[in-house]
Write a protein that binds this ligand. Sequence first.
Ligand SMILES: Cc1ncc(COP(=O)(O)O)c(C=O)c1O
Length: 401
Amino acid sequence: MTLFDVYPINDVTIVKAKGSYVWDENGEQYLDLYGGHAVISIGHTHPHWVKRIEEQLEKIAFYSNSIKIPLQQQLADKLGKISGKDDYQLFLCNSGAEANENALKLASFHNARKKVIAFTKAFHGRTSLAVSATDNKNYVAPVNETDNVIFLPFNDEQALEDCFEENGDEISSVIVEGIQGVGGINVADEDFLRKIRQLCDKYKAVYIADSVQCGYGRSGKFFSHDFAGVNADIYTMAKGMGNGFPVAGILIAPHIKPKHFQLGTTFGGNHLACAAALAVLEIIEEEKLMGNAVMVGKYLKDELESIPELKRVRGRGLMIGFDVPEELKDLRKNLLWNQKIFTGEAKPNVIRLLPSLALKKRDAEDFIEALKEEIQLLSNGQSTEESRTINAGMSTESVGK
Ligand SMILES: Cc1ncc(COP(=O)(O)O)c(C=O)c1O
């Protein structure tokens, strides 16, 4: 049997990971500024996370939601405290798409309306309604096509107002990332988010804050939407929530009331997932990782802004993106192969940094040094192969250990 080939992949096999580092099968060390796509929040294989999962595994890993699972309440209490949304309700599921799917569905149950407003360059996941609200035709199968989703330009308050004026009574929800991830690290303007809040209040629509990538402390606040100083009605969470253990959830404002059987899940909120998610929150709190994200993120942004070849450095905390000009298009590849540094990308020319929130300043400094070196090599007109040869042997030193 072959694997279904859905992604182009890097020719690397990672066999070990610790903190912000991963190692391949040949023992080569890589600095991980990609975090397996913004998933690694507290650092790979954090000892507390490993211990909590191991201990839970010895007791019970799974039972369905037909019985009491006190760990779910513990997780809800901790989430309420750290996020500041302690009057919200928690529904647990398994992935980002599922979180958004449930949020959109719950909004529609709540106000008995059908239309969803989403924005250009949005990515909300691969399931049916989440993908319909995703602005990429390649991901949308004919069966997912619907007239229920209206796309508006991101950060355009006037377009939003016009749309509500025209269709206000039909709009069930507005779904928006606080910082677009897959779309290339585009920060939602605070005024724009406040406008969404205001219009949702006026027209009784539900404001859904997709925090799957930009949430969980990555921006320096628990939810990046919090920068606007207004609350959403539903926050969706996944990626960083389990530090790699599949767990996701939605936080639901108190005025949205539950009804039996409207939402449900077999695996969501199982004992093991709750233990992993609790371990993550305990470490975020204990190691003050949101503060670290602000501090190391600021250092990175300042340094990146001082490199003239890089354009439009943007983002918040440890969710940073910058444009790479055409003549440096091999930069990301060279960082990986020459410097042994993983970074993320967004098509066509954006490098995305999505490291662990525990990234050390020393590692960030090593990255900046390595980045400057690669920019210099590419600017001197050296090809990938030439620069790889030149850098052979010095790669691991230059990213620090
Ligand atoms: C903002 C956002 N929403 C939803 C998703 C979907 O999450 P998942 O892949 O866990 O289904 C992603 C994944 O990249 C995302 O970035």
